[in-house]
Design a protein around this ligand. Structure first.
Ligand code: 5AD
Ligand code: SF4
Length: 479
């Protein structure tokens, strides 16, 4: 449990998840594909784009890789462990490929982008290597691979946003969905491989975003999460408007949020991830103005030490971060805040670590995603600094961080006792079909008995909290 990855950034329960067959799809497919996804929500979202591209090529999805003509692994490079998981998975596919040499194996995503054609040399069973900006070329690459050639496309793009591709939603609860609003990242956090694997930042046409959200709503979805590595730097200039109206045609993230919120008051809007340096008052005021924009911000701290933050190239100090948290609480008093924390970054001392623990306390996070530092080849940190914190020290510090977050989450949930929340029902609770599971605006999971109320998945219920654990609120419906 030391590499804690859960929730909507890295949902550990979803790592390696495969798509279900196209539910209710009446098309007949001549070939079958099997796809597994690793890493962040962006990768899961990309797999839905890939599924859409493959569907048009006559490929139907299967959950059983043994019957697949094409196996795809959408991979993650963020930590070494993520890459090792994929390597291990590939060895499991080796036997099947031996039994069925015609089967094509494709590696997608960040690891494909990082390793490029080296992947083909290192893993002989791989036929196709394709990076996150090259999925449109998959049909051609598959043809090449079927003809017995190895195929690679890892070109990054300054424009590709897959705006016109309608993602195929599989394995969905039918209530909540993710919409990618931008790709890539221009921040150069020194620990992070993403700028190298996903390229330059680019925003997607807001009209295509609104259309996708509207279509989801018409199909019964009740919540959309706008996704990007750094959503607050979303920026779109509509050229047709700019010619006549100067910058009036510009769409900022705050404006985009408002446009999505206006689709319907019963469609909830969330977003992830925010960089503390970029989240603006405009966004905070828009959140407070619209009830259906959820009061929840994922605001990664990474480290509580100003010295370490500087080495991480995060461009803020601990004081600056605290001012941001205070501002959020001032404008949105009941806002849920979560964080990402890295233990044991290069040169981190006990004092730096204590700074991190203190910042976690003062920010009073409801939840955090916590990791120990894993050096990634090619990153600024790998080139500039020595990975000099011993593994056992990293793990000890991570444990202290995890334990503290456990206490903070417990305290946060305790404060909710007796309060009533508007809950969007996502489905049955994991433990019992007699209970519903949903989320509050603050993104907390709430479980409550169905009793004799006629609620359905996708409905809103008002639920009063009467019990809690560290991870879950427990309540009952109030009339
Ligand atoms: N080592 C450990 N954690 C990392 N993250 C990103 N790069 C690394 C790394 N090299 C964490 C950061 C980021 C989250 C998605 O993953 O906390 O916010
Ligand atoms: Fe997502 Fe980063 Fe992993 Fe790529 S490396 S899949 S962007 S978390």
């Amino acid at each position: 449990m030391l590499d804690l990855v859960e929730g909507k950034v890295h949902d550990e329960t979803r790592q390696g998840e495969a798509f279900a067959p196209f539910v209710g799809d009446i098309n007949h497919y001549t070939k079958k594909f099997y796809i597994e996804s690793y890493g962040c929500q962006m990768n899961f979202s990309d797999s839905e784009i890939v599924a859409s591209i493959l569907q048009k090529e006559g490929f139907g999805a299967t959950r059983n890789y043994e019957e697949a003509d094409l196996i795809l692994l959408n991979t993650c490079s963020i930590r070494e462990k993520a890459e090792l998981t994929v390597r291990k998975r590939l060895t499991e596919f080796r036997k099947i490929k031996e039994a069925n040499p015609g089967m094509v194996v494709a590696v997608l995503g960040c690891m494909a982008e990082r390793l490029k054609s080296k992947f083909l040399e290192e893993e002989k069973l791989v036929d196709i290597v394709v990076g996150p900006d090259a999925y449109r070329t998959l049909p051609v690459l598959i043809e090449e691979a079927e003809a017995g050639q190895k195929a690679v496309n890892v070109l990054l793009s300054r424009e590709e946003t897959y705006a016109d591709i309608s993602p195929v939603r599989l394995d969905s609860n039918g209530v909540t969905a993710f919409i990618s609003i931008m790709r890539g990242c221009n921040n150069m956090c020194s620990f992070c491989v993403v700028p190298f694997t996903r390229g330059r930042e680019r925003s997607r046409d807001p009209h295509s975003i609104i259309n996708e959200a509207k279509q989801l709503f018409e199909r019964g979805f009740k919540e959309v999460t706008l996704l990007g590595q750094n959503v607050d730097s979303y920026y779109w200039v509509d050229d047709s408007l700019t010619e006549t109206g100067g910058q009036q045609g510009a769409v900022t993230f705050g404006k985009l949020l408002e446009m999505v919120a206006l689709i319907s008051p019963t469609l909830r809007v969330r977003f992830s991830t925010s960089h503390p340096k970029d989240i603006t008052d405009e966004v905070l005021f828009t959140m407070s103005k619209y009830e259906n924009i959820c009061n929840y911000i994922h605001l990664p701290l990474q480290s509580g030490s100003t010295r370490v933050l500087q080495l991480m190239n995060r461009t803020y100090t601990r004081e600056w971060y605290s001012v941001k948290v205070n501002r959020i609480r001032e404008i949105i008093p009941d806002c849920g805040i979560s964080s990402d924390i890295i233990a044991g970054f290069c040169t981190e001392t006990e004092e730096d670590h204590t700074d991190t623990l203190n910042m976690m306390r003062s920010s009073a996070y409801d939840m955090s995603y916590m990791f120990f530092y894993s050096e990634r080849p090619g990153t600024l940190a790998a080139r500039r600094y020595k990975d000099d914190v011993a593994e056992d020290v990293k793990k000890k510090r991570l444990k202290e961080i995890v334990d503290l977050q456990g206490r903070l989450s417990y305290e946060s949930n305790k404060k909710d006792m007796g309060k009533t929340f508007k809950v969007l029902i996502e489905g049955n609770s994991k433990k019992s079909e007699a209970d519903w599971m949903g989320r509050s605006s603050q993104n907390k999971v709430i479980v409550f008995p169905k009793e004799n109320y006629n609620f359905e998945k996708g409905d809103y219920a008002f639920v009063k909290v009467n019990d809690f654990t560290q991870a879950t609120l427990i309540g009952e419906v109030v009339k």
